[in-house]
Design a protein around this ligand. Structure first.
Ligand SMILES: Cc1ncc(COP(=O)(O)O)c(C=O)c1O
Ligand SMILES: N[C@@H](CCOP(=O)(O)O)C(=O)O
Length: 468
């Protein structure tokens, strides 16, 4: 399998090179040259596999330059840190299913991909005898998951930008209390979009990227998306094995469009197994407006109770546009250049029809989010986090307009990461799992910086060029 850029400006490269490249050197996002599809017989075989074995089957379709033995070892090690034997179990609640994605070390779905990516980076770097400075932006969860994926590894330093004061206090502590010397937290005086813009601008400075050997942990890195494809297929096949014949719909709390794009890829691979993808947003609803109106128009970022989704410019949306625009890199490039100038992308009616065959969408406000946590708890004695609640509320609102089929809601984070929102809903904070206890007593390390590319570069330069 070879990899290309959404903007058509790179020669095809191998999986390993695409992982190291992160953002494509032409400013686009990396995608496989094609998305393989599998037969019904293969799906029947996959349905009987444990999570790790399924991950191997799916990933080997895309990582053809990595030996099966190595891939298997990376997968086994990556998921040995999870506290559930099934890695991402599916739990039934009345007419909905919850796909629990928070059993990894930092209690959010990001661990599924970042435990794997941390191990993959480490392997590729030691093979080359090389070193990498990871640069990433977070609205709360990618940061800690990436840090936990690489902390203490001696061929990697990691620089994570988070919006100062705009992630939950526990999310901030998860990042800033890590003691390993290869971890650098930058608290940016701005919002997540500012952090992401700084990171992407720095990646587009190819001299700087090469000199400082920058690597990406955000979902601009294709390996992130790939690892997330697995749990959609795993959950859908679980329901298929349990006797469901209709296509399985997924409700996905969405911000940067990485997770739901993984759902799109899973849907392409598996034919009719997966039905509609419900794109659930909070008040930062640029993507909902796109699905409803065919217009992708930047607004202002609004802080909400689901802060990890407080995003306007969705990084992976460009990957979807590539498919929507008939895999034409030139059109994608023109469209993205236009978007940089005007802040608007508009599609025609035919394209909007295509969008709506795949996606349904709803925007859920904060009162609805709190109410959903409350009602779910009252009915099932099960606490969902505010991001998951956005997905559950969207599923409940849209159910009547979907074709027949069960809905699986992605539980993207453990509720204990967002005690404030949970307290609002049920009058008490959720029980903290072991890994989130005692954070407040620990020493914090972070540097406050303005949302300024030169300041961030200066900081990286001051600590980031190791002699090997
Ligand atoms: C808990 C949680 N839910 C949902 C999302 C949205 O996912 P994505 O950015 O892949 O759309 C995020 C952030 O990525 C998150 O941290
Ligand atoms: N919500 C994310 C934002 C970054 O998204 P990514 O999937 O591109 O890493 C976060 O928690 O940081």
């Amino acid at each position: 399998m070879k990899y290309i850029s959404t903007r058509g400006g790179i020669d095809p490269i191998d999986f390993s090179d695409s992982v190291m490249m992160g953002l494509a050197t032409d400013g686009g996002l990396i995608l496989p040259e094609n998305i393989p599809t599998v037969s019904e017989d293969t799906l029947k075989h996959w349905a009987r596999l444990p999570y790790q074995d399924l991950a191997l089957e799916v990933m080997k379709l895309f990582a053809s330059d990595i030996s099966e033995e190595l891939l298997e070892d990376l997968i086994k090690r990556s998921y040995s840190t999870f506290d559930h034997a099934e890695v991402t179990p599916v739990v039934e609640f009345g007419d909905l299913y919850i796909l629990e994605l928070f059993h990894g070390p930092t209690y959010a779905f990001k661990d599924v991909a970042l435990q794997f990516l941390g191990n993959l980076f480490s392997h590729l770097l030691s093979q080359k005898g090389s070193f990498m400075n990871i640069l990433g932006a977070t609205s709360g969860d990618t940061g800690s998951a990436a840090i936990y994926g690489v902390k203490g590894k001696d061929n990697i330093d990691i620089f994570i930008l988070h919006p100062h004061g705009r992630v939950s206090p526990i999310q901030a502590l998860q990042m800033t209390t890590v003691e390993d010397e290869n971890v650098f937290n930058l608290a940016i005086e701005g919002n997540f979009d500012d952090c992401q813009t700084v990171v992407k601008t720095i990646f587009n400075d190819l001299d700087f990227k090469n000199t400082y050997r920058l690597g990406a942990v955000n979902s601009i890195n294709w390996a992130r998306v790939l690892a997330q494809v697995v749990y959609y297929i795993y959950a859908a096949l679980k329901l298929r094995e349990a006797g469901t014949e209709d296509p399985i719909h997924f409700s996905v709390p969405t911000g940067n469009f990485g997770d739901i794009f993984a759902g799109f890829v899973a849907r392409e691979i598996t034919g009719d197994l997966i039905g509609r993808l419900i794109l659930a947003t909070n008040e930062n609803n640029i993507l909902t407006r796109f699905v409803l109106e065919g217009r992708y128009q930047k607004g202002k970022v609004v802080p909400t109770l689901s802060p990890s989704m407080d995003i306007q410019v969705a990084s992976n949306f460009e990957r979807y546009l590539y498919y929507l625009f008939g895999r034409d890199g030139k059109i994608v490039k023109l469209t993205m250049d236009e978007f940089s100038r005007t802040g608007i992308i508009t599609i025609d009616k035919e394209q909007l029809c295509l969008v709506r065959k795949t996606f349904s969408s709803a925007s859920i406000n904060q009162d609805e989010t709190v109410d959903t946590i409350r009602r779910f708890y009252k009915r099932y004695s099960y606490v969902i986090d505010p991001h998951t609640a956005v997905g559950v509320a969207a599923a409940q609102r849209l159910r009547a307009e979907l074709p027949p089929g069960p809905i699986v809601c992605l539980a993207t984070a453990h509720p204990a990461k967002f005690p404030g929102a949970v307290r609002k809903a049920i009058g008490r904070e959720p029980q903290r799992p072991y890994g989130l206890q005692g954070l407040e007593g620990k020493k914090q390390r972070y540097k406050v910086l303005p949302p300024n590319v030169d300041e961030v570069k200066k900081y990286i330069k001051s600590v980031g060029l190791k002699d090997l």
